[in-house]
Write a protein that binds this ligand. Sequence first.
Ligand code: SF4
Length: 510
Amino acid sequence: MQKRKVFKTYHQHQISILPPSLEELILPNHPVFTVNEVIDKIDLKKLEQQYIGGGASSYHPRMLLKVLVFGYLSNIYSSRKMEAALKENIHFMWLSGMSRPDHHTINRFRSDRLKDTLREIFTQVVELLVESGHISLKEVYIDGTKIEANANRYTFVWGNAIKTSRTKMQSQLKELWEYAEKVAHIEKDDTTPDDFNPTDPDKVKATIEKINNAVKDKPEASKKVKQKLNYAKNHWPGAVAKYNQQEEILKGRNSYSKTDKDATFMKMKEDHMKNGQLKPGYNLQISTENQFITNYTLHQNPTDTKTLMPHLEQHHQLYKKLPEVAIADAGYGSEQNYEYLDLNKITSYVKYSNFDREQRKSKNQSKPFAVEKLHYKKQENQYICPMGQTMIHIGTSIQKSEAGYPRTIDKYQAKNCFNCPLRSGCHKQKGNRIIEVSHRGNELKEQSKHNLQSEQGIYYRKKRCIEPEPVFANIKHNKNYKRFLLRGIDKVSIETGLLAIAHNLAKKAA
Ligand code: SF4
């Protein structure tokens, strides 16, 4: 016997006498309520000052901010998709109070109005998290990741290529001058330029012209040289001007992308082709506490070491105080950083490059001749080498790091390495072994080591693995944010701020 089919009632066009409000249709505890509640508490005076007034009315900045933050929280980053969501997504419709700004308005608000105000808004969100007891701002777990820029991977400018081209041009210019001197006998008053370094397009032009004038009527001058001079006259002054312009954009970096001049070519973690290809991107540094983002900075150089100080300075600027404790991996463990932490009374739980190796005993024993294994006699200011010889102090020098930090380096030399049976394992220097030591660096490293090995240090080291790393994983994999949408460091910084606020609010709502 066939069973009776029962369907639930379906009256698509039935009209309610009292239609439900949008709010009633949203699930309780939905993160949209957290976004609404927190953004309602933010003081937007500075943002409102961005509006000059007069003319047609503007959409309310608070509403646009809520829409953008909720967009970033729901993995909707494109202004066109937000425009669509404002017409069909009940959460966006409720947040906007049924207002429907178009994508131009949303984009202009994001790129222009938030430019100088978003960081302050982010700070207020973090301060609300402090008030609610979610974080204390006393501890910061710092880490970085590279995020690809919205730029073409193949439109690069390399600083080294510019230097090579200039050097090549310099030597060719010198050769041409010498040729002209020899073949065409440049007049006595045509003094040789002191420097052929092609940095001034006008000077390059004048030098080429002088050589050209000297050789153009000389039948003995080679046709090839005349052709080269012609080429130089037409191309070199322009090329020099272009190099100058490019170096101005580089500002000490080694590369940039022509489609986003602020982006630098860096090695990314996401290397699907497994060929180590450098891609244009930014080095994003964050501080976290209980997996909330408490600070973010964007850097144009790929090295983490150089980012710690500006990152903490930014923390100071935002909250008018520095954290009490900093926890970071070995990528940040430089003498300059340790010194900065020490001077600012921030307890360092920052690893140095071989900290982990030292902890693993088997690996630690693998380098018995390393400088740090040698015994130092402080009073005599001498080292004892593995053979038991004293290594005497032979001098002190100041070495400036790439970032300009002056390190005091002391040098010690062994008395006689000749015929030493340990020599092959000990060193490969020609004479007696010389070692270079920074005592201040060692002292700061020891301090950090002591902190890292303490009970509190072990707790921080364990916790570090579940602090910034999962936050990056959430942003890159759950939120699928692996490439910036906008171009230029200012706009990319706005995107990062929105991501950080969205991340914090999603975490608060969870
Ligand atoms: S090679 Fe020189 S420094 Fe090394 S153990 Fe022998 S004597 Fe000492």
